[in-house]
Each structure stands twice: as C-alpha cells, then as structure tokens.
Design a protein around this ligand. Structure first.
Ligand code: GLA
Length: 366
C-alpha cells in the first residue's frame, strides 16, 4: 500500500447508542443511533517488513502476522481489523507491513458497537494511507461486509454507519433500505439520554442474532407469496395483520412475533423522529417503553438484567422512557431522564442492581 513512510498517524471512530429501532436495520427499516464521544483510537505506522503487528491497550495479546496469518480467524478482536484489511486486499490493494495499536475508551461487548468502531477506524486509516480511494459510505459498507463475511456476525449496517456518519449533538435517522439519512438535533435542554451498562456478558449473541435474522427471512418468504415486497419494513402493522391473517397456518407463533416486532418497531422509529423534531420528549419516552416491551416479548432478545434496569428506571422520578439498546442478551439500556435527576438515578439504580445481581452497574451520560 502507498503511505507516508515511517510516520505514526492516529485515527478515531466512535461507538454508538441506538435510541430506538433495534433489529430493524437488516429488515430494511429505520434506526435512530447517536454516535458517542467514546470509541476506538488507532495509531498506525509502516514497518520495514511484510508483517502486521496488532496490539491493544485492552488486551495483553499481541499478534504479529504474515499474509497467511492475516487470512486466518483468531476468534477475538483482531478479526475485526483483519476482516477490514481483507476488504482492501480483495479490491487489489497490496499490503505492506504495519503496526496497528488500538486504544479504546469504551466498554467492550456492551452493545455500544465497540466492534464497529474498531472496523471503522481501521477502514478510515487504510483509506487515508492510500490517498482516499473510497468514500465514507464505501468504507461503512466495507466494514459491515468485513463483519458479515470474516467475523461471521450477520449484522445490519446501523453500527458502522453511525461510527462513520455520527455528528455531535445529533441523532441519525437512517433508512437502512435506501441509506438516506437525516440528522435530528438532540434539542432538549432539560432531558438527557443516560446509558446504563448491565455488564452482563452477551453469551451466544452471534448465533442468536443470526437465528433472529433467519426467522425474519422466513416471515418475509411467506409474505412475499402475497405481496411483492423486498423487506419486512415495507409493511405497516395494519397491512401485516391483514396479510398474516390470510396465511396463519404458515406462520409459527415465533416467526409471527419476530415479524410483528420488526414492523411495529419501524413505525415507532418513524413516530419517534417526529416527536424528537417537535420536542415532544414525553411521547419519545413512551415509544422507548413500547420498544422495550416488544424486544422483550416478541423478539425475545432481552434478559433479566436488562428488564430489571428498564423496569426500575421506568418508575424513577423524572424518567420519560427506558429500553434496552442494540442486539440484546446483555449490554446496555438507554433512558431518557430529566437532567437534574441523573446523579441520583445512576446512584440509586446502581445500588438496586448490585443488591439484585451482585454486579456493579456503570452509567454514562450521552
Ligand atoms: C447489532 C448489529 C446491528 C443491529 C443491532 C440491533 O448491533 O450490529 O446491525 O442489527 O444489533 O438493532
């Protein structure tokens, strides 16, 4: 690859929190993520040999890999940059040796997209070192493809898009079908979004996630016999109820509920964007609560820790709404709360959580 020899260069890509719209992105729906100030920094420098060295402040393991080693899976964080490097080499970019040092200041595996931030920071660095042949949107797609094909997590585009296109003080209302997007100002003076990290490790998330995707694809196949749609989110709930009632025998209860979540969640995002634009934070909060219930009951991606945090939060003074965020099975919740209540909220919720689960909770104000 071309580069500026021997100089060390630094890059950054953020994590994200999704305010509403989970498990809609791979169904051609809407999402509303916000990029965080937390994320991943990468310092990269050229080497005199053909090896690539990967190190991280978060892990003692160091990987020094030749070309063969770089095409193998190592089943840990290094697969994220390796997948992105492969995206470049697949497009004809010959690889020279580099030192990659990653430094993250965000919780890992907490549903705040640390993986997408590693992928995007690698993509931004390699693009820059090669005189920027790719657009930002190309890089987002390459990072998503790296995760799908190299890491084996069949994710949608939300996380990489938020890491690439995030803007200070704004949420991104993204249509994952057309990739059209709008920035929506997080305008409220009095309310903030608080992230609570359950620290519940997200075991088996990849396989359960991929299974949810398959269930949505099954629902789509059934519905496509009745209407010419390409994605579940092209339907609204009324249309879905009408169509599904014509073919009830073809739907298992599980597949029906998966589709119902996806389609109703998409409508909630649409309404939430409208509420945010109109400073109707109270409606926004109600939609967050409904979103959590749907993710818990219809999509079945919550867990006792997240349900506890959400239920406690929803009863707290000054809270307008609360929900799990991201893929689920652990990780974080996001809560819309009056600014003046934040301190006592994090303290009291943390105490209750510790008492119930014997685990510290961490709170971050976005
Ligand atoms: C993960 C995936 C995203 C999205 C969310 C759920 O974060 O990477 O593409 O599907 O789960 O909304």
């Amino acid at each position: 690859m071309n580069n500026n020899p021997n100089t060390e260069q630094s890059f950054f890509a953020p994590g994200r929190v999704n305010l509403i719209g989970d498990h809609t992105d791979y169904n051609g729906g809407l999402v509303l993520p916000v990029a965080l100030s937390m994320g991943t920094y990468l310092t990269i420098s050229q080497r005199d040999d053909q090896l690539c060295r990967f190190s991280s402040d978060n892990d003692q393991a160091v990987f020094e890999l030749d070309e063969a080693g770089m095409s193998q899976h190592h089943h840990c964080w290094v697969d994220y940059p390796l997948g992105v490097i492969k995206e470049f080499t697949d497009r004809g970019y010959h690889f020279q040796g580099y030192n990659f040092h990653f430094r993250g200041n965000m919780p890992i595996g907490a549903a705040l997209s640390s993986s997408a931030s590693i992928e995007m920071v690698t993509a931004l660095a390699l693009n820059s070192l090669n005189n920027k042949p790719f657009t930002l949107l190309d890089l987002v797609k390459m990072a998503q493809h790296a995760e799908n094909s190299f890491v084996g997590m069949n994710c949608g585009i939300m996380d990489q898009f938020a890491a690439g296109f995030g803007k200070d003080g704004h949420a991104i209302a993204l249509d994952c079908n057309t990739l059209e997007y709008e920035y929506v100002p997080l305008a409220s003076e009095d309310f903030r979004f608080v992230i609570c990290n359950s620290k519940k490790k997200r075991g088996l998330v990849d396989s359960a996630y991929n299974q949810r995707r398959q269930e949505c694809e099954e629902a789509l196949r059934i519905l496509q016999k009745l209407v010419p749609i390409e994605h579940l989110c092209q339907l609204n709930t009324k249309q879905f109820d009408e169509l599904s009632s014509q073919v009830t025998e073809q739907f298992s209860d599980t597949v029906l509920r998966r589709a119902r979540h996806t389609i109703s969640e998409n409508e909630r995002v649409k309404e939430a964007v409208h509420a945010l634009r109109n400073h109707d934070m109270s409606r926004f909060g109600q939609l967050m609560n409904a979103s959590h219930a749907s993710l818990r009951d219809d999509y079945e991606v919550s867990c006792p820790e997240l349900d506890f945090l959400v239920e406690q939060a929803q009863q707290f003074e000054g809270v307008l709404g609360s929900r799990m965020t991201g893929a689920g099975f652990g990780g974080c919740t996001v809560t819309l709360i009056a600014e003046k209540q934040i301190e006592s909220f994090i303290k009291e919720l943390g105490e209750k959580y510790k008492e119930r689960f014997g685990q510290e909770m961490e709170g971050y104000v976005s």
